[in-house]
Ligand binder design. Sequence first.
Ligand code: DOR
Ligand code: ZN
Ligand code: ZN
Length: 440
Amino acid sequence: DVLDAKGMHLLPGAIDVHVHFREPGYTHKETWESGTAAAAMGGVTTVFDMPNTHPPTATPKDFADKLALAEQQAYVDFGIYGLMAEDNVDQLEALAESGVIGFKCFMGNTFGNLPSPSSGAMLEAFERVAPYGLRTSLHAETASIMAWRYERLRAAGRNDALAHVAARPDVVAVEAVARAAILAEWAGARIHVLHVSSAAELRPIREAKQRGVDITSETCPHYLMMDTRDYATLGSLMRVNPPIREAEDSEALWAALRDGTIDMIATDHAPHTPQEQYNDVIWEADCGFPGVETQMPLMLTAVNDERITLQEYVRVSAVAPAKAWGLYPRKGALIVGADADIAIVDLSREERIDQETLHSHRARATPFHDWPVKGMPVHTLVRGRFAMRDRQLQVQSKGTGLSVKRVQSMPVAQLHNTHKTLAAEIAKASVEQGETAHVD
Ligand code: DOR
Ligand code: ZN
Ligand code: ZN
């Protein structure tokens, strides 16, 4: 049972703090089984699931029901977000105590049509969750600005993909980030800005960091690697909230990722069926596409293209999310004091992304279809157990993924017990916390 990892690199498994696995309620799009299978195949060992399911994860009962579904099916470890909305402010302490990984606040309207909280409700919500130290992740777009712009554009008869961009000018996020940062600072709450898509949005993030607000942020591969020129060919297939913007925005996001203004990479994995995603009426197309399986190949390609170094990739894909959610070094580090959540990658392996083979099998259409990539995860271990081996999903691992809240209270898994050859290779490479190892 020798594992051939010759010439490969060992990385801490990626942590994706932003996925929509759709269950309960929208299982025609995705389930915990298909979503976590996609994660395992993408070198992702921990995912945090968003609460815009049906029902939304708004009460301790909703949380317990989702947890049971996840535990039956998961290939990788997971966190479950609780909803923070106008009408569940009274539930937040109970949700915090039930074991959510953090909260999600939809400041702007998106899939699920969850009502955006007023500033008043947000302030009270932040005050209630602050004592728990849990981070609130923000869909930072201001609902009233968007609603106004949508009406104006629709009334003007616009029905093109770029109208979606025009309906969400950069100020939609700039205003929302700045407002949320003020409220969080006032309440002493931790926040995370989801899917940073524009250069303009970096300023309120930098300002809040300078003031000492506990604020982290993420961007996604699609904002780094595509821009408005692609709408002509991809149309509603690349429609996502917030929208993909100009080439200069992408450049600014790369720079912000390198300088730490943007702390991490997440995917906003948002599967919809092709019928929901392609729509001649742009306003009616569902927004988003799957991403958890393609993040690592795309980002390793960027490593090969020298957009970022391998060390920087490990920082933004594993170390930073683990630290922001208090999981480091248990998760996010390679071996020392860790859970042996490992992605073994072949940086020289060349493939094309093929949406027909993605494991989000109900909703595979991705704007990255047919993109050439160089760098693939080949083996994925979750707490020392194979979830993917030689690019094959290990179906016997279904249901072995656990809530990270549960994992935190268990003894650290011993990689050495589960795979001696790999342990020997790692020992030879003598790695340190958070670093990568190369197998000669
Ligand atoms: O494009 C998006 N899709 N943006 C969101 O904020 C939600 C997501 C979804 O759940 O489909
Ligand atoms: Zn969002
Ligand atoms: Zn999302």
